[in-house]
Ligand binder design. Structure first.
Ligand SMILES: Cc1cc2nc3c(=O)[nH]c(=O)nc-3n(C[C@H](O)[C@H](O)[C@H](O)COP(=O)(O)OP(=O)(O)OC[C@H]3O[C@@H](n4cnc5c(N)ncnc54)[C@H](O)[C@@H]3O)c2cc1C
Length: 468
């Protein structure tokens, strides 16, 4: 749809500065679009997302090794890959806003996007909001969510409750197969519940499952019910061909049943296809409104890969740049130097030991600083339980480090890798990562699970600092 390209007077009333390009979504599509737009001196603003539609960094934050992204002959951890792509986008001048986009208005120019804290005006827009994991919607699902049921084996598989126990995965595609194989590292046996007669996964992935004697595939089976009290104890499944139901005693149930495109924001504003994905002409990023482009899984019901998402992000940025310039709408920045500074390299955070321990260091890792500070420090302690493959942990750690540094050492953080320090995780009753516990003088004051707003942690720690 071609809206008149004349600016409304909205911005004069609100004094809003209009962005050249706003990108919504921080998966491979969004960050790649940002790299291209930033290198074209458009200084794009990228809304990373926070809770709606998945975590910052997107779906690859929930996987272990990505073995098919070009440039990594030995594979790369999903969260590490996303950290690298993000660093590249930031290095070239992308501005990041760590929030969710809550509302978009596309029937006026510039376009308006509302977030939880403000309003953004932009001449062009790239929607790269990806897709979200589906749920089954069966009874008791919400009761056991986080108490045995998870949508991310990679994030939660290593929690102590699942170790050496029987586990189940629902689904028959690549994700389900990958999760089933992954879970054999932790569980004693994995049951894969597949609705149809065969696996929909790629042949190589299906072969890995079929040849693994730690996995039993239950074809033509559906999940009927979940049993347990505090924690999941068993699932009831039914074969499609017989009326009988079967109980399998599993301590963990992992959903891998596909995704739904995150299109709530543009509902009834942009044309979508029959499956609800944003409509674009094959191989092109333009949507039904000029100046609005779509990239990645949100507009791709077929390929849905990291590299295809990145490729479409590149196309969307190049198309946006061309469109802005054709319509005299771009205000490129002038760089002081042609080469931006190199991106900072994260130091590998080894466990702190007796020699490296310092009672004033804001962030330390492992059981040694935990024991020392728990018994000896009067400061609030933020104990953060993580696991190496947990994408949300990658998102959360820099947030927490920032909170602690803003508090100038009045509170301290300790990271516990639940794989390295299993005993501690078990004693603390950790059921998934990330889990964050806030202690002062050996007393537990608060516990959070998952990624939360920075302000929530800061407020709770500040309250403890102020209390006697
Ligand atoms: C378990 C698993 C394993 C996978 N393994 C591989 C693999 O090995 N190789 C491969 O190539 N692909 C793999 N994929 C597929 C790949 O992850 C996706 O194709 C790719 O991430 C899609 O990228 P995207 O940028 O389109 O969207 P996503 O990665 O889904 O990112 C979407 C982004 O949009 C943000 N967002 C959503 N709603 C809003 C909002 N309202 N406001 C602001 N932001 C919002 C989210 O926070 C997120 O940052 C895997 C997927 C899964 C689930």
């Amino acid at each position: 749809m071609a809206l008149p390209l004349v600016m409304g007077d909205q911005n004069k009333k609100t004094n809003l500065q209009t962005e050249n390009l706003l990108i919504i979504g921080s998966g491979p599509a969004g960050y790649t679009a940002a790299i291209y737009a930033a290198r074209a001196n458009l200084q794009p603003l990228l809304i990373t997302g926070f809770e709606k539609g998945g975590i910052p960094g997107g779906q690859l934050m929930t996987t272990t090794f990505v073995e098919n992204f070009p440039g990594f002959p030995d594979g790369v951890r999903g969260p590490d890959l996303m950290d690298l792509i993000k660093a590249q986008a930031v290095r070239w001048g992308t501005k990041l806003l760590e929030e969710d986009a809550e509302e978009i208005t596309l029937n006026q120019r510039p376009f308006i996007v509302k977030t939880s804290t403000g309003t953004i005006s932009t001449n062009s827009l790239i929607i790269a909001t990806g897709a979200s994991a589906n749920r089954l919607g069966i009874q008791k699902e919400s009761l056991f969510w986080g108490n045995g049921i998870s949508a991310c084996a990679i994030c939660d598989g290593s929690t102590p409750q699942f170790r050496d126990e029987e586990l189940a995965v629902v689904g028959g595609g690549d994700s389900a197969c990958e999760e089933a194989v992954y879970l054999t590292k932790y569980g004693s046996h994995v049951h894969l519940l597949v609705r149809s007669k065969q696996l929909k996964a790629t042949a190589a992935m299906a072969d890995r499952v079929i040849s693994n004697d730690q996995i039993t595939v239950h074809f033509e089976s559906v999940l009927v019910d979940i049993e347990g009290s505090d924690w999941l104890k068993a699932i009831r499944i039914k074969s499609k061909n017989t009326p009988e139901e079967k109980i399998i005693n599993v301590k963990g149930l992992f959903y891998a049943i596909g995704h739904t495109p995150n299109t709530d924001l543009i509902k009834d504003q942009l044309k979508t296809d029959a499956k609800g994905y944003i409509f674009t002409n094959p191989g092109r990023p333009e949507t039904s409104i000029e100046g609005v482009f779509a990239a990645g899984d949100v507009a791709d019901s077929e390929w849905r890969q990291g590299v295809t998402a990145a490729g479409s992000g590149c196309k969307a940025a190049l198309a946006a740049e061309r469109w802005l310039s054709e319509n005299n709408l771009s205000s490129p920045i002038k760089r002081q130097t042609t080469e931006p500074e190199l991106s900072p390299k994260e130091k590998i955070n080894e466990n702190t030991n007796e020699e490296t321990f310092n009672e004033d260091t804001i962030w330390q890792k492992g059981s040694y600083p935990l024991r020392k500070l728990y018994h000896e420090s009067q400061k609030p302690l933020l104990v953060v339980y993580t696991s190496q493959n947990c994408g949300p942990c990658h998102v959360l750690k820099p947030q927490l480090k920032r909170v602690l540094s803003e508090l100038e050492g009045k509170a301290l953080g300790i990271e516990i890798d639940i794989e390295k320090d299993q005993e501690i995780a078990l004693q603390a009753g950790i059921k998934g990562t990330p889990t964050i516990q806030l202690f002062k003088s050996k007393k537990l004051y608060k516990e959070w699970k998952g990624v939360k707003q920075r302000s929530l942690f800061k407020e709770a720690i500040n309250n403890l600092i102020k209390s006697k």
